[in-house]
Design a protein around this ligand. Structure first.
Ligand SMILES: [Zn+2]
Length: 326
């Protein structure tokens, strides 16, 4: 993503959508509408929040809590699926507002939210200070005394609503997904790929994997996807973006997408300019897939929706390739 492509405007308007079973997707207002969601799940008079977005997202989450007459003190748990900043950057700030909440983090990610200096430094190195501030704002440390690690398979019951945590490496090693027994759905973070609502056609949602650096692991990702599918979920609550059905079909597309992206990376391994070659391959692949899907967007929409992910996916695949070669 180059600086000219980042026009993060902190939206003054709060967008949210309530699904069945008391699940609410809040638009976390990052980069563009319908790019990042945070979820509020009602559990009687209490609630949990899954994903926090960034510091800029927190006012939107608080607004939606207020709309639903949920005092922030009634938020019992905050659960970022992993510690990438679009999922967890707002955790410390949100914990300040939700004074009784406990922060539940993957064991590999916990210390990075209690002391976010390393997360912040590495993102500042990638984006530069100006863009970092616009994208993420401040990354406030989470209070250690109200934060803890969760284990694979751990079950949590809040007012009779049952959640289960699953360790889901593949996108990141510090990633869990959350099973919601009530709605038979997974909160998938980035493990079940990206599906932007702008790409919906009469065939339904379009989905593709995210292979972001630096912990992409295709075998682990495929296995995580299969483990989630084994529950026969009715819904997947994606962070990017919103709820999708047709889960078995999308799962097949995703597993095939992982294999195809890996094949593209292997195809450019010997190229002098593997970076550009890989981007071209991914771009052409997505164009074909979207054509088949019946999507008719223009160039502007394409750049806005897909170029940033083509860029990140290429970087992550090349990193994976270089690790494998070394
Ligand atoms: Zn991520």
């Amino acid at each position: 993503m180059s600086s000219t492509e980042i026009h993060n405007v902190v939206s003054a308007v709060t967008y949210a959508q309530e699904y069945d079973h008391g699940v609410i997707a809040v638009d976390a207002a990052m980069l563009r509408p319908r790019m990042v969601s945070a979820y509020i799940v009602k559990c009687g008079e209490k609630a949990v929040i899954i994903e926090t977005g960034t510091q800029h997202s927190v006012p939107h989450i608080l607004t939606v809590l207020a709309r639903h007459e949920i005092p922030p003190e009634q938020v019992a748990y905050i659960m970022p699926t992993h510690v990438h900043l679009d999922h967890a950057g707002g955790a410390g700030e949100l914990m300040q507002h939700c004074a009784n909440a406990e922060l539940l983090v993957h064991e590999r990610g916990l210390r990075h939210l209690i002391d976010p200096s390393r997360l912040e430094q590495s993102a500042r190195r990638v984006y530069g200070d100006e863009i970092f501030d616009r994208l993420y704002g401040a990354v406030i440390p989470a209070p250690a005394e109200r934060s803890r690690a969760v284990q694979n398979g751990e079950v949590l019951v809040l007012n009779g609503r049952r959640f289960e945590f699953l360790d889901t490496p593949g996108h990141a090693k510090h990633h869990y997904c959350v099973w919601d027994e009530s709605s038979k759905g997974w909160f998938t973070g980035d493990t079940f790929g990206l599906s932007y609502r702008e790409l919906d056609t009469e065939r339904g949602p379009f989905i593709f994997p995210t292979t972001t650096p630096i912990q992409f692991d295709p075998e682990a990702m495929s296995q995580s996807v299969k483990t989630m599918l084994a529950r026969s979920p009715e819904w997947m609550y994606l962070t990017h973006y919103g709820r999708v059905g047709q889960v078995a079909y999308l799962g097949e597309r995703l597993l095939s997408g992982i294999n195809q992206l890996v094949a593209m990376a292997e195809q450019v391994a010997e190229d002098d300019d593997r970076d550009q070659s890989l981007r071209r391959l991914i771009r052409n692949w997505l164009r074909c897939e979207l054509n088949e899907h019946g999507w008719v967007g223009d160039n502007h929409q394409w750049r806005l929706l897909l170029e940033p992910d083509i860029d990140l996916n290429a970087q992550g695949l090349l990193h994976w390739l270089s690790q494998r070669e070394s």
